[in-house]
Ligand binder design. Structure first.
Ligand SMILES: Nc1ncnc2c1ncn2[C@@H]1O[C@H](COP(=O)(O)OP(=O)(O)OP(=O)(O)O)[C@@H](O)[C@H]1O
Ligand SMILES: [Mg+2]
Length: 374
């Protein structure tokens, strides 16, 4: 059964909520009736025939039970509809089955630390673009910092999206991670920026870093340049998270050589698994040749939409392929994330009570639990 019934005239029924999906320019001078999933008929009548200016949207947003649909609100799916998503929803709740189809463990809230460091280095890596690497770096980092961990974020993408996401204008920077990599004797303190989040610092980057990819080729031990640059910082931080660029080039190999763990964000869409074999191959090669300590910490499903069969199927395939490597925590799709980029801050501060903030806090607890389990 489809998770979402398409209405005939630009409507889709989501549970008992009829959602307007047609474009504003479409003629509203028609009466449309269709059945929503719970059997109600939705009369979407616009225009009263008087020729008076009319608020079409008010009509469309009125629901059959007299309530109004607020497109910004988050609704609990109606139980009948939810049952079509998860055939045994009651059992899932009773046994605390998570979105990955496995029992959801409880990840405790981490206690405070008295000592800090040496840092665990995590590379956020996937050569596919737009899968949530930068979003996950910022928000996992901010959530770890909220739990009292000292966090350093490394922008290792010449696009500088991580820096932008933390309110830094990359074009205005004189010193970036590029200088730290390429100039001997450059102190990290000169490049480091404090972020607005307590406990969280940033090594910013900008387009200069793209030159490093070429210049490093002729360096001795070119793959371990970042590792050497981060070494003096290890004692000051508990976690260093590196936001990789979408490629498997020399910069990414540097990140993997410096890291203890890799997190691979995967967007829950059709081509999610394409290229993952090449990525795991690269991780294995770095493990064999450069960094025997490197481990895949987990696969993080991002932009998950539980209302679509597609998202659920992709997630099931990912769990089938990677089993326990898939984090129990799944990041849902919400416009709140693009908004945070504009605001230049993590979701944990921008919308502290949002579902997205809760998801990254849960991820931080899961990452900490995995680290402590070792
Ligand atoms: N859970 C989410 N829900 C909705 N939008 C999201 C989510 N996560 C990220 N996005 C948005 O998707 C876009 C790509 O995300 P992001 O920049 O984190 O990906 P990336 O893997 O770092 O991309 P790139 O490969 O270009 O560096 C951004 O506009 C971001 O705001
Ligand atoms: Mg990015």
């Amino acid at each position: 059964m489809p998770a979402r019934a398409e209405g005939p005239a630009g409507f889709e029924a989501v549970g008992s909520v009829a959602v307007r999906t047609f474009a504003a320019h479409q003629s509203p001078q028609v009466t449309r009736t269709h059945q929503s999933m719970d059997g109600h008929h939705v009369n979407a009548m616009a225009g009263d025939g008087s020729g008076a200016p009319h608020n079409h949207f008010a009509d469309y947003d009125e629901l059959p039970d007299g309530h109004f649909y607020d497109p910004d609100a988050e609704y609990e799916p109606d139980p009948e509809y939810a049952a079509t998503l998860a055939p045994d929803a009651a059992r899932q709740r009773r046994e605390r089955i998570g979105p990955t189809g496995r029992p959801l463990p409880y990840f405790p809230i981490p206690g405070p630390l008295t000592d800090h460091g040496p840092a665990k280095i995590i590379a956020m890596c996937n050569q596919k673009g737009g899968v949530g690497k930068t979003t996950s770096t910022i928000n996992l980092g901010a959530a770890l910092a909220e739990y009292g961990r000292r966090v350093l974020l490394v922008d290792f993408d010449p696009q500088g999206a991580l820096s932008v996401g933390l309110g830094v204008n990359p074009m205005e920077l004189d010193l970036t991670v590029y200088n730290l990599l390429m100039e001997r004797g450059m102190a990290a303190d000169e490049v480091l920026l404090k972020t607005a989040v307590p406990n969280m610092d940033l090594l910013p980057s900008n387009i200069d870093l793209s030159a490093a990819e070429v210049q490093l080729v002729s360096e001795v031990a070119r793959e371990s340049t970042l590792q050497r640059a981060l070494k003096p910082l290890m004692a000051d931080y508990d976690y260093i998270v590196i936001d990789c660029q979408p490629s498997l080039g020399l910069l990414t190999v540097n990140a993997l050589t410096a890291a203890h763990k890799v997190i691979v964000p995967l967007e829950c869409e059709f081509f999610a698994l394409r290229g993952v074999a090449l990525l795991t191959e690269t991780i294995e090669k770095v493990q064999e040749r450069l960094n025997p300590d490197l481990e895949l910490d987990g696969i993080l499903a991002t932009m998950y939409d539980s209302r679509t069969v597609h998202s659920r199927e992709v997630l099931a395939r990912v769990v089938e392929a990677f089993d326990d490597h898939v984090y129990h925590t799944v990041i849902g799709r919400t416009v709140r994330f693009p908004e945070t980029t504009v605001a230049g801050e993590p979701i944990t501060t921008y919308a502290s009570n949002s579902v997205g903030a809760a998801a990254y806090r849960q991820l931080a607890r899961e990452v900490l639990a995995r680290c402590h389990a070792e």
